[in-house]
Design a protein around this ligand. Structure first.
Ligand code: ATP
Ligand code: MG
Length: 318
């Protein structure tokens, strides 16, 4: 088995996109090269950063994650580089920063696109000089650290516009890893569903066996804006809420069903041939959805005139 499949938090997926990503991680991890990970929310950027660390020569050193978007600008410098006692109000003792904490390990700079310009200069200097200086200190401290940065923003665009320093962008982006959104690797959805179903069945002592064909269709058609995190949350929800031993459409979040219907334009049931090999279908539910869909469409057409809508649906009482 490849090393990457033996790490504590494995990267799941059988799609060519995930296979390529894993190959890249194996190739890049042994070096100390800076890596920039870009991708939408919930695509696994932090998971990849940890995989890079766990497969690196500094795997026994610290892995320190910083969310650059969550720390107020005034505190950021002291958080990253530390401070000397008395260097500002509240600095009651000497304190090392996260760069020092991550020494001989990996520093994961999450949401790097949120870093204010003033801090970008200081970060660039720290990376270039391989050393830092605590706020209020005049001693230079050598730092050996591998930097992995992540963002869901288009940094290249930000660099062109001047909101992100171009020189820092090139420093961080020695190797670029792009996380594919889940909707571009639909082939992985069922695998991830199975893994998370097992996880939450065990956690909640349930024995849910799978999804009804309609529920599965919706899972496969959804656009997953929150990617794998969203998928995982949905699985936790349905394992909690489902009363039968198979996840029914009615247990899925209504907003998700609405989003799928809207994207498809029509109920999935209208364009799908039933696949009885997957088990029985709930015809009443399907007919109910078709009724509701026609009713909604009729109301749209008649600008919410209920009587006129009923007439269009052949139900006029005269
Ligand atoms: N390929 C994958 N296999 C298994 N679990 C995954 C995979 N990708 C992501 N996850 C899981 O999905 C969740 C979100 O992943 P992660 O936190 O790494 O995303 P992110 O890209 O950092 O998101 P954000 O931009 O919102 O911070 C985590 O629980 C992670 O373990
Ligand atoms: Mg993250």
């Amino acid at each position: 088995m490849a090393l990457i499949d033996e790490i504590k938090r494995p990267i799941l997926g059988n799609s060519p996109e995930v296979a390529a990503l894993k190959k890249m991680i194996e190739r890049v991890a042994p070096s100390k090269t800076n890596v920039l990970v870009i991708g939408e929310s919930g695509t696994g950027k932090e998971l990849v950063a940890r995989a890079l660390h766990d497969l690196s020569p500094v795997k026994d050193g610290p892995f320190v994650a910083v969310n650059c978007g969550a720390i107020p600008e005034t505190l950021l410098e002291s958080e990253l580089f530390g401070h000397k006692k008395g260097s500002f109000t509240g600095a009651i003792a000497d304190k090392p920063g996260l760069f020092e904490t991550a020494n001989d390990g990996t520093l994961f700079l999450d949401e790097i696109g949120e870093l204010p310009l003033s801090m970008q200069v200081k970060l660039l200097r720290a990376i270039q000089d391989r050393s830092i200086r605590r706020v209020g200190g005049n001693e230079t401290i050598k730092i050996e650290v591998r930097i992995i940065a992540a963002t869901n923003r288009d940094l290249e665009e930000a660099a062109k516009k001047g909101t992100f320093r171009e020189d820092l962008y090139y420093r961080l982006n020695v190797i670029l890893l792009e996380m594919p959104p889940l909707r571009q690797r639909v082939g992985d959805i069922e695998l991830l569903m199975a893994v998370f179903l097992k996880k939450f069945n065990e956690k909640q002592k349930r024995k849910i066996e799978g999804f009804s064909p309609q529920a599965l269709e919706i899972m496969l058609s959804h656009r997953w804006p929150g990617n794998i995190r969203e998928l995982e949350n949905i699985l936790e929800r349905v394992v909690t809420l489902e009363a039968t031993n198979q996840v029914q459409t009615s247990t899925l979040p209504p907003e998700m069903i609405a989003a799928v219907r809207k994207a498809a334009g029509v109920p999935r049931e209208l364009v799908l041939r039933p696949n009885f090999m997957l088990g029985s279908v709930d015809l009443e539910e399907i007919l109910d959805q078709v009724r509701k869909f026609y009713h909604r469409e009729a109301l749209l057409y008649t600008k919410s005139d209920e009587a006129a809508a009923q007439k269009l649906l052949g139900k006029a009482s005269n």
